[in-house]
Design a protein around this ligand. Structure first.
Ligand code: SAM
Length: 204
C-alpha cells in the first residue's frame, strides 16, 4: 500500500489515543522546541505531526508561523478538530515529506517518529534535501527516532534505528549535531520503547 493510503487507513480506523506513538503530553519535544524559541526561533514546522498535540503547545509560544505537515489528511483533521477556532492559526500541509516540494523557510523543523520509516536511501536523501531547503542557516532541526535498542517495527512497518551519531551522519554536513538525549516512551498498551532525540543546527 502506498504511504499516504496506509496512514489514512491508520487514522480512519484507530483511536489516536490508542496508537503506540500516542503521548498525552509531548514533553521532550515541547522542551526542545521551547529552547529553540528562547534562542530566537519564530517559526516551526512539525513534520509528520499527524494528530500530535505538539501543535497546541506551539500556538502558545506566540510564533510568527506554525505548520504541520503530514501525508495523512485524516491525521491532520484530528488536530484541526481538537484545536477548534485556533486551527486557523496553523498552516496544514498534506504531503509526503519525500516528495512534497517547497514548504518555505522555517527556523525549526521537528520530527518525532517519521524519519525512521524511511528505509530506502533515496527516501532519506529526499528528506534531507527538503530539510536543507527549509531550515534557515543557524536554524534548528529536532529529530526523534527509535534508538538502536528500540523496536524493529512501528505501526506494523519496518524502521531504521539510530543513535545520535548515526542520525547526524544520515542528515549530512548541512546539519551540526548538538544536544542529544535518550527517552523511554511508554505506549498506551504499557510497552516501553527507547527513542533518541537529537537537536542539530543548520550550517550556513
Ligand atoms: C508514528 S506517527 C508519529 C506522529 C507524531 N509525530 C507524533 O509524535 O505523535 C508517524 C506520522 O508520520 C506520518 N508520515 C508517515 N510517513 C510520512 C511521510 N512520508 N511524509 C509525511 N508524513 C508521514 C504519519 O501519517 C503519522 O502521522
Amino acid at each position: 500500500m502506498e504511504s499516504g493510503a496506509y496512514w489514512q487507513n491508520v487514522y480512519l480506523t484507530r483511536r489516536t489515543d490508542e496508537v503506540g506513538w500516542y503521548e498525552p503530553d509531548p514533553v521532550v519535544s515541547r522542551h526542545l522546541v521551547a529552547a529553540a524559541v528562547r534562542a530566537g526561533a519564530r517559526s516551526v514546522i512539525d513534520v509528520g505531526g499527524g494528530a500530535s498535540s505538539l501543535v497546541d503547545h506551539l500556538l502558545d509560544l506566540d510564533l510568527a508561523r506554525v505548520a504541520v505537515l503530514d501525508v495523512s489528511e485524516a491525521g491532520l483533521e484530528v488536530s484541526r478538530r481538537r484545536l477548534g477556532d485556533r486551527a486557523t492559526q496553523v498552516e496544514w500541509i498534506v504531503g509526503d515529506v519525500t516528495n512534497v516540494g517547497d514548504v518555505g523557510p522555517f527556523d525549526v523543523w521537528h520530527d518525532r517518529a517519521v524519519f525512521h520509516f524511511l528505509v530506502q536511501p533515496e527516501e532519506r536523501a529526499a528528506y534531507v534535501r527538503l530539510a536543507q531547503a527549509t531550515v534557515v542557516p543557524g536554524g534548528t532541526l529536532i529529530i526523534a527516532t527509535f534508538a538502536p535498542d528500540g523496536p524493529e517495527r512501528c505501526s506494523g512497518l519496518p524502521v531504521c534505528r539510530y543513535d545520535a551519531g548515526e542520525l547526524a551522519d544520515a542528515l549530512g554536513p548541512s546539519f551540526r549535531l548538538g544536544a542529544t538525549e535518550r527517552h523511554t516512551h511508554t505506549t498506551p498498551g504499557g510497552t516501553e520503547q527507547r527513542f533518541v532525540y537529537a537537536t542539530l543546527t543548520r550550517t550556513s
